[in-house]
Design a protein around this ligand. Structure first.
Ligand code: PLP
Length: 469
């Protein structure tokens, strides 16, 4: 009888051969990684017959659960046809269809899609494209970027330069281009937090007038910062400021896109109450085009939207940057060097695009956003008792993201790690950020599931805080 490798075998072999991301490996030797044998729906199964609810959607990438039949079928069909071909000099149906669908989702305002493979490279692309677009228009001085306090945009050198999360950034600070970090709005800090953040932004835009290429923001929720939330009104004001100072607005929707916050793009919530004419109602082009032609100042779409994570439903790496006709036109030329010459080997991978098309078809045909609103309400109701839990602060929610902070004086040492380990005993896979506990579950929450999640989180809290230092 052949013996399969055990849970412990995989742990030992992984520690020998795999350098795990976002991990101090010396600590991993003490707290080894959890070997996962398979995934099904919201559940991840280990090698010893235990299962865990994937409360963080495998780093925010999963939308409809693991091993989703529709997405699997789309990938299998594509695999039998064409797995990959380079997107320079060639094109293929899955990429074309995906770009067309995304354009339609913005009412044509962001009608051009540039593909890449992971989130950080999409951010790199948006930064480079913004700078190059201004340069092509003779505005070479516009080469500086503004980002928000505690914002996160990925960990390659360019993306890290507009990321303000100390643990990712500090070691590499000497390598990074300087950028302007301004206060971010944070609903936990009271009503005037938004006004202060906007004043700080205006200050930088005024001081560096003519030098700023773009502002990059995570609309509605700064996820890696610890699910820091703000209102759509902030985004509207930001759009207006970017118009006033002729600065591109990059909406990094890598985490918050794909229905996570209640609309397909989080930024749509800023458009919705902007008053007529709304972007989706503009016959061809939308607000961005109107601005570019020097017309009325509408509250329009961002100049760039980055997407990744959920776009392939958690199956294959894919990222993309959507942009406007105006940016696209600034590269249109007989000169090669005025083109956008950026590329990655797997740019627009056909398998990943097929998965993404299946994801978008789901949104088009199956009332995903309506269902999410119901699921979000179940989560809200199930977690409501935490509002009166003295150990907990700032219980907050935006769509399918729910978070709270555990009081600083209660958490003790290594809170996130202890919480993560204790939660496994409750069949819950969850990784707090510092003392912020959050859920970003697959869109598979029914009422009993919401109650299970609230129960498991509360039990874990009881367990962890009773042993706190
Ligand atoms: C995850 C994330 C990124 C980086 O994406 P990767 O695929 O991990 O490189 C960028 N921006 C935001 C907002 C993210 O959440």
């Amino acid at each position: 009888m052949s013996t399969q490798p055990s849970q412990q075998d995989w742990q030992r072999r992984s520690l020998n051969a795999v350098w795990h991301p976002c991990t101090q490996m010396a600590r991993a030797a003490v707290v080894p990684p959890l070997p996962i044998a398979r995934g099904e729906g919201p559940w991840l199964h280990d090698y010893e017959g235990r299962r865990y609810f994937d409360a963080n959607s495998s780093w925010w990438v999963n939308l409809f659960g693991h091993s989703d039949e529709g997405i699997k079928d789309a990938i299998k069909q594509q695999l039998d046809t064409l797995a990959h071909v380079m997107l320079a000099g060639c094109t293929h149906a899955p990429a074309v269809e995906l770009a067309e669908k995304l354009s339609a989702l913005t009412g044509g305002a962001l009608g051009h899609t540039f593909f890449a493979s992971d989130g950080a490279s999409a951010v790199e692309i948006a930064l480079k494209m913004s700078f190059h677009s201004w340069r092509n228009r003779g505005l070479e001085a516009k080469r500086e970027f503004v980002c928000l306090r505690h914002g996160y945009h990925g960990e390659t050198i360019g993306a890290l330069a507009v990321t303000d999360v100390a643990v990712f950034r500090d070691a590499y600070a000497p390598l990074l281009m300087p950028s302007h970090v301004v206060d971010s709005p944070d609903s936990r800090l009271g009503a005037d937090s938004e006004a202060r953040a906007l004043a700080a932004l205006r200050g930088v835009l005024e001081a560096r007038r003519g030098h700023i290429a773009a502002l990059i923001v995570e609309p509605l929720v700064q996820c890696a910062a610890g699910m820091v939330m703000h209102e759509p009104s902030y985004l509207r004001a930001v759009r207006a400021l970017c118009d006033e100072f002729e600065v591109h607005l990059i909406a990094d929707e890598i985490a918050v896109g794909c229905g996570r916050t209640g609309t397909f793009f989080a930024f749509e919530q800023a458009l919705a109450s902007a008053g007529p004419p709304q972007a989706g109602e503009t016959p061809s082009g939308g607000g961005a085009r109107t601005r570019a032609s020097g017309g009325a100042r509408l509250v329009g779409w961002p100049d760039f939207i980055t997407l990744s994570k959920g776009i392939s439903g958690g199956t294959l790496p894919l990222s993309l940057v959507l942009t406007t006709e105006s940016v696209f036109q600034s590269f249109w030329s007989d000169e090669v060097a005025r083109g956008f010459l950026h590329s990655h080997s797997y740019t627009g991978n056909a398998l990943a695009c097929a998965a993404a098309n299946a994801v978008l078809d789901r949104f088009a045909n199956q009332q995903v956003l309506e269902n999410n609103r119901e699921q979000a309400r179940w989560l809200q109701n199930a977690f409501a008792p935490l509002h009166s839990d003295a150990r907990v602060e700032h219980l907050r929610q935006r769509g399918m993201i729910l978070a709270f902070d555990v009081r600083a004086d209660l958490v003790g040492e290594r809170f996130a790690e202890r919480f993560h380990l204790a939660a496994r005993e409750q069949a819950l896979l969850i990784r707090p950020i510092g003392r912020t506990v959050y859920l970003m579950p697959p869109y598979l929450v029914d009422e009993p599931t919401a109650r299970f999640l609230a129960h498991a989180v509360t039990q874990t809290l009881n367990e962890v805080l009773s042993h706190a230092a």
